[in-house]
Design a protein around this ligand. Sequence first.
Ligand SMILES: Nc1ncnc2c1ncn2[C@@H]1O[C@H](COP(=O)(O)OP(=O)(O)OP(=O)(O)O)[C@@H](O)[C@H]1O
Length: 622
Amino acid sequence: MSRSTRKLLLPGGIVLALVTVLLLAPLLPLHDVRAMDIPNRFAGPSAAHWLGQDEFGRDVLARLIWGGRASLFIAVGSALAAATIGTLLGLLGGYFRGVVEVLTVRAAEVLLCLPPLLLALLVVTILGAGTWPLILALTLLYTPNYARVAYAATLQVRGLDYVTAQRAMGAPPLTILGRTILPNVLPPLLVQMSLVVASAMVIESGLSFLGLGVVPPTPSWGLMIRAARGAMEQAPMLLVWPSLALAGTILTFNLLCDRLQTALDPREVTKGGALWMRRPGRRKTAAARRPGAADDNGPLVEIRNLAISVGRTPQIDLVRRAMLTVMPGETVALVGESGSGKTLTSLALLGLLPDQLRVSAGEMRYRTRDGAVLDLAQLDEEAFRALRGPEVSMVFQDAAAALNPVHRVGDQLAEALRAGGLTGERAVQARVVELLRHVGIPDPERRRRAYPHELSGGQRQRAMIALAVANSPRLLVADEPTTALDPTIQAQILDLFRKLKTDTPDMGLIFVTHDLAVVSELADRVVVMYAGEVVETGPVAEVFARPKHPYTAALIASVPEGAADQLRAIPGSVPPPHDMPPGCRFAPRCDHALPQCTSRVPETSHPEASRSSRCIRWKEVC
Ligand SMILES: Nc1ncnc2c1ncn2[C@@H]1O[C@H](COP(=O)(O)OP(=O)(O)OP(=O)(O)O)[C@@H](O)[C@H]1O
């Protein structure tokens, strides 16, 4: 059972127990909710009446349970009805747009013009007080909320590649809506559900309290609160029980929906709840700082035996024994097939690993501007925040996703500069223009006022690079910054990186790429990763001319730009992290593999001082 499923047990158990008790009310040995006992009005708890008796001597426990039936039936019933209708309207409107949108979402939104309580009062006044008119009123009230949430979520999802791919495959719209879009819009709908159930319970009690909801003598929590108010001085507990039941049920529903949202979200983006709810990092900055270790000629970054893992029992190592060194001013290319751990290693350097992953072993020694050596593997989030920007920074692959779409490019740059300590509005704006000009955005005075969507793909990537270098970082990590661009623009962006290298000769650059041609043009050293491990490192020219690991050799031979005479695909694929072969991870795909390769993990060899290979047959590879 996964952690998020386990977290469902508590609120799920409480809701199940509550619903069971309420459903079984007719079978439970409860007093008659209407049976009055005037001589014993306001009597306290006794063996016969566990929670005491009300103003007519009726049993409070029985009325609480039967009242809960009415309240919950109305709240959950109207929330479900509104969810079904509203989600359908939102999905249809968001997917088909145009007239359908007007007839569904916009029509539902008309209801939002009316004050909620007034709308409920209107329906109840026309149809008369009672359970069903109340459910209808609440359904009308909440349908537009669901429609809007589903509509917004559908709009977000309908343009994504996987929906386009479904369309391209000829899937009918209803299948796309039900199978592809609905599961993706479910998390915000569940949040909405928890809010609506809670709010419906409050409105039900309010209307019952006003005499417009559940009709007495049928009990409801709202009616009980209303009656108890008049007798607050004689019997204050009469007010406490229904209020507690109402508050407890609302809180439990909120918790259940919150946890459901996490459990149903396979991407686990909601995992851990709000940032402020997360446990603070256990690691301490002080422990990470080693003032004595400063060495001006030493490496900027030195990763040793880094392991990045997911899960605890069992723990799966997505990256293990990773080694990487970057000297000041050096460009190190990180290459390897998809899934080899390049992105995770880069993200770990900035403390940006996804929530469910962690650095489980190893060191990432980083030398700061003032000469102190920090172990990034030991830093907490707060310490990383201080480093990101002026010390380490990152250029992401997809600038469209990495830039905030609702802020102007210039404003985003200005914000980064202010966060880096630059003061004075004039100085900030001047630096914004200078940065945009530096990265080659034409007419920066005007373009700084553009939103990201108003820039071309290449310009967006330039703006993203400007953002990354705004505070002159000493280490820049670029994760496939050219992959999403067309070849002409790719060449321009590579030129920009070359210019950055020349202009900032001390800046270390880690360049993640699949493209070996880019590596040979841009990088000084190359680090080859396979299945979460670093298999070979060395100066680019030497590694490309004489690879010392069969995987590097195969990689070079597999691309047209490679030095090999004949193009040759690497047979098989990278094994998944949970099913890694024992011994050398590349052995099952390797032409040079010996029996001992599959039984023992190969040690790192150093064919030359500046090179390393994790292959026992490195001498024979070439
Ligand atoms: N959040 C995550 N949870 C579990 N496994 C993950 C997560 N992120 C990445 N992985 C796994 O870790 C391994 C390394 O992923 P990583 O993204 O670092 O590879 P990569 O070399 O950068 O690939 P690509 O070139 O496709 O970006 C892959 O097997 C991937 O499936």
